[in-house]
Design a protein. Structure first.
Length: 598
């Protein structure tokens, strides 16, 4: 024992250089793994985003058909793109798009800003109900909204015009018009403006308004000169977001614009691929124009958000005040209910009447309540068609695949970008969030160009739909997950590492359980968005992979209004059930997380 101790005691201590060399040797494998991980994520994003976008750009520079000519016989030039830019039909579609989106944005800003002011800054009764019900339009697929208002506002057979005629009123409503598109756009996308402006109003110090009133300014002048200018960044952000979303919508212009021959960019792109022979290269060029316009607006919105210089929150505590409207509060309550009736109640009633009524012809007002005129015949016709059941099954499959793949990928990207110092993480973040500037219809055209001319049978399968949806909604999923990840303090990970846990073990045992509510919410969001997505599906489905959104559009274009209404109700019920289940799962996950942390 004495010898052993002497020997150990006489052993020289390792030099500093040797210690550094040992740590460097140990760190080398870890660095290689981290680089490989970043390379893997970049490869996946290249497959999902960069390659299809590159093929879309390739399509704008050729006049070849990838189906008949293949990729090897393409002749690249700027001639095709120049021809498209000079095409008066493209000019008309672009002008109609800008007009419809501008008008819809103005309506959305007026409604959303009014709602935010009523809910946050007044003593209007039932504000909680108004705020919750006002968000319902966000969960209605655009195609369903268009169909509902077509049933209500068709110039010849619309329920509103039928009732006006029966009452002897000569006025008529025609939603098959630019005004109709603007009206529906504004009504259904006002919640985007409300979300931005309501948050800004809650965070604004009311002493600023009180100072204006003490100086003699009236309520209206204070509102216009103090309140609204201070939340101008939020108003502009909501306005730009609404414009961008409207610009990429296909369902509403397809339903309300087609009968009046009002093409917009989205409907014109789809029409190009429906011609014989299909004009894929022209569609790619027009899609590129749409993507560029959308990208400019997204960059502008981000600059507004990042460049906010209007400080409304200071260190001094304050309580947002409620303006006492006196008897006028019932007027604001009435205005809120009018909006809810127009955007929620009337379209739902129209779908119910069209779906259950045997014939849409209405003799008089009393016949609306005649039970003999109603039945389930349209639902029987709907489910007697095997394509209906197949479309529901395909939609569920695509939704599950999209939620699983997109959820895992979004968590991996969100963790890498927000919780690590991995190399190329900024590039990963930029590529993953780039699809926010690419409308769904453009994603569909890009994936069409990427895969339609290649052998192997990938085009026209469930998988290409799911991957297109993952790419389309990846930015939304990452944003939802990143919020949950950023709420978890780094000391929890550090404690696990001190206890000897590796990175993967820490993620599985610490991060995932704590972030589970956000993970469940993000994956459910992906599922819901995949179910209601139409733009990407239009270019990627086949007869065996028909999804609900495309099947619904087919019923409408075939003139089956009652069956279309029945299928719209089925889709809304499925979406409502999924949202309810998601809410229950999120609450359960949150409660479980609280229990574990306690």
């Amino acid at each position: 024992m004495e010898l052993q101790a002497t020997t150990q005691g006489s052993r020289p201590a390792p030099s500093a250089a040797g210690a550094v060399g040992t740590r460097s040797a140990a760190a080398r494998p870890v660095a290689v793994v981290v680089w490989l991980w970043s390379a893997l994520l970049l490869a996946i994003l290249t497959f999902l985003v960069i390659y299809p976008t590159g093929m879309l750009l390739l399509g704008t520079l050729t006049d070849s058909n990838p189906v008949t000519d293949g990729y090897q016989n393409m002749h690249l030039s700027l001639g095709n793109f120049a021809t498209v830019l000079a095409n008066p039909n493209v000019h008309a579609a672009l002008g109609n798009s800008l007009l419809a989106c501008t008008g819809g944005t103005v309506v959305a800003v007026v409604i959303g800003l009014a709602f935010a002011w009523i809910v946050v800054r007044t003593n209007t009764p039932w504000k909680g109900f108004i705020a919750s019900a006002g968000m319902l339009p966000l969960f209605v697929p655009p195609l369903v909204a268009g169909v509902a208002w077509a049933i209500l506002g068709s110039p010849k057979t619309g329920l509103i015009n039928t009732m006006l005629a029966r009452m002897g009123i000569e006025a008529r409503v025609n939603l098959y018009s630019m005004a109709g598109i603007i009206f529906v756009f504004g009504m259904y996308y006002a919640p985007y403006v409300y979300m931005f402006t309501a948050a800004a109003l809650r965070n604004m110090d009311p002493s600023l308004e009180e100072a204006a009133e003490i100086s003699g300014a009236g309520p209206v002048r204070t509102l216009l000169t103090i309140t609204f200018p201070l939340i101008a960044p939020a108003i502009i952000s909501g306005m730009l977001l609404s414009f961008v979303v409207m610009l990429g919508i296909y369902g509403i212009p397809a339903v309300l614009g087609a009968p009046a021959d009002i093409p917009v960019l989205t409907t014109y792109i789809f029409a190009l691929t429906s011609w014989a022979p299909p004009r894929y290269s022209t569609a790619a060029a027009v899609a590129m124009i749409l993507m560029v316009v959308t990208g400019i607006l997204v960059v502008l919105q981000q600059k507004v958000l990042s460049g906010r210089s209007f400080t409304t929150v200071a260190g001094k505590a304050f309580r947002p005040r409620s303006l006492n409207l006196g008897p006028w509060r019932f007027l604001t309550l009435g205005l809120a209910f009018v909006y809810l009736i127009i955007v929620v109640v009337l379209p739902t009633l129209a779908l119910l009447v069209a779906a259950f009524r045997k014939f849409l012809f209405i003799r008089d007002f009393a016949s609306l309540f005649d039970g003999k005129q109603y039945g389930l015949m349209h639902f029987q016709r709907l489910f007697a068609n095997p394509a209906t059941v197949n479309s529901i099954i395909n939609t569920m499959k695509v939704g599950v695949i999209t939620a699983l793949i997109g959820g895992v990928l979004a968590f991996a990207i969100g963790y890498t970008v927000n919780r690590t110092q991995a190399p190329a993480r900024r590039a990963i973040d930029v590529i993953a969030t780039a699809p926010v500037a690419i409308p769904g219809l453009v994603i569909g055209v890009a994936y069409l160009w990427a895969w339609i001319g290649l052998p192997g049978g990938f085009y026209g399968t469930i998988w290409i739909l799911a991957l297109a949806f993952v790419a389309r909604f990846l930015p939304d999923t990452i944003k939802a997950l990143s919020t949950s990840l950023m709420q978890i303090h780094r000391e929890l990970e550090e404690a696990a590492w001190i206890c000897g846990r590796g990175v993967l073990s820490t993620i599985v045992t610490i991060m995932l359980p704590l972030a589970r509510p956000g993970v469940v919410a993000a994956m459910t969001l992906l599922f819901v968005l995949a179910i209601r997505e139409l733009g990407s599906s239009l270019f990627l489905y086949s007869s065996s992979t028909m999804v609900m959104a495309v099947q619904l559009l087919g019923y409408y274009e075939g003139g089956n209004i009652s069956v279309t209404a029945a299928f719209s109700l089925v889709q809304m019920v499925i979406l409502g059930a999924l949202i309810g289940v998601a809410h229950w799962l999120s609450r359960g996950a949150a409660d479980g997380g609280v229990g574990r942390s306690g």
